[in-house]
Design a protein around this ligand. Structure first.
Ligand code: COA
Length: 334
């Protein structure tokens, strides 16, 4: 029986495509304006791929960045878990495509579909393989090309999303590091919320056809207010329960890194659980909602500017389509 041990994040890589799309640019495509977008979402600009760029391409660039920073070869990776709602195609999985492109010759892997919560689901899943003792190097990737499923004529969704990728490496904590790494997690799904955020076309229920395309079923459909209400309620509830069951208060948290979907959702959660604004990591203004990539992109910014340091307690939280929700508590280990 393998020893149980804690998993810690030991490296991070990220990538956003170079093309910046401002709110002003969007106002030339749909009936919207900078002031409305900033007031309702906090987004100023986002990065979009050039048309035809697949998710795996962004993911590979993020993974290359990670490998360089950690100083390891792709051949040392044992497992690749990819969080995405925009895989290059239904199959093969994007994990397979990434494995081939980076030549991770010893790795197996798979994709996880949990929309905006998928990075945390993948992180928790990857941590289990470290804790069980089966693997020592697990790559967790969050990558999405949301522009591949956005209706360019729908102002209610077009303004929200961006493209991007992030990746973290999970490895076992060393002896004496028992208080570091991933300490606790909590996840939920509530399928009754499925009708509020979904992409109906292209699956087995509505296989792609001229009709599905004419009805715009290959695009994101969203009831923004219903998602907003659920997100505010659920993110607070999960974050609060995570603190309570670990005998913590907001004051103990060094960094709060939430899925970046809307500045108002992040701020409402932070206020309700008693977090000082200086602890709340926000970068939605420059990336928008990159779905599976928001959390690793925010971690990158937080480590860059010194707001996330070794020894800090970090609370991750996410809510997304499904509905899906999750929270992870970790002590930052590098
Ligand atoms: N520009 C200008 N006006 C817009 C607009 C845009 N891009 N999008 C919608 N509007 C209009 C609406 O048509 C509506 O007009 P009306 O009052 O004349 O009917 C008005 O603005 C208010 O729309 P509403 O949908 O009530 O706005 P809101 O305050 O709920 O904000 C969202 C909309 C989408 C920003 C907000 O609901 C939201 O963030 N929801 C959660 C989305 C999310 O996080 N999704 C990802 C989940 S992980």
């Amino acid at each position: 029986m393998a020893n149980r041990r804690r998993a810690k994040i030991t490296a991070l890589g990220r990538y956003v495509p170079p093309r910046v799309v401002t709110n002003h640019d969007l106002s030339k495509m749909v009936d919207t304006n900078h002031e409305w977008i900033v007031e309702r979402t906090g987004i100023h600009e986002r990065h979009w791929v050039e048309k035809g760029t697949p998710t795996s391409e962004l993911a590979v660039k993020a993974v290359d960045d990670l490998l360089k920073r950690r100083g390891i070869e792709a051949g040392q990776i044992e497992l690749i878990i990819v969080a995405t709602v925009t895989p290059d195609m239904f199959f093969p999985s994007t994990a397979c495509l990434i494995q081939d492109k980076i030549r991770a010759t010893r790795a197996w892997g798979f994709d996880i579909s949990a929309a905006c919560s998928s990075f945390l689901y993948a992180l928790t899943t990857g941590a289990q393989f470290i804790e069980s003792g089966r693997h020592t190097k697990v790559l967790v990737v969050g990558a999405d090309v949301m522009t591949s499923i956005l209706n360019p004529e729908d102002r209610t969704t077009l303004i929200l999303f961006g493209d991007g990728a992030g990746a973290v490496l999970l490895e076992p904590c060393a002896e004496g590091e028992e208080t570091y790494g991933i300490l606790d997690y909590r996840h939920e799904i509530d399928g009754s919320g499925g009708e509020h955020l979904y992409m109906p076309g292209g699956g087995s229920l509505h296989p792609s056809s001229r009709e599905t395309v004419e009805k715009n079923m290959h695009y994101v459909h969203q009831n923004g207010q219903a998602v907003f209400k659920y997100a505010v309620r659920k993110m607070e509830e999960m974050s609060r329960s995570m603190l309570e069951r670990n005998n913590l208060t907001g004051a103990d948290i060094g960094a709060f890194i939430a899925h970046q979907a809307n500045l108002r959702i992040i701020d409402a959660t932070a206020n309700k659980i008693g977090l000082d604004q200086s602890k709340v990591i926000k970068n939605i203004h420059k990336y928008g909602n990159t779905t599976a990539a928001t959390i690793p992109l925010a971690v990158g910014d937080a480590t860059d500017d010194g707001r996330l340091k070794k020894g800090d307690l970090v609370l991750f939280a996410a809510v997304g389509a499904g509905f899906t929700a999750g929270c992870v508590l970790a002590r930052w280990a590098y």
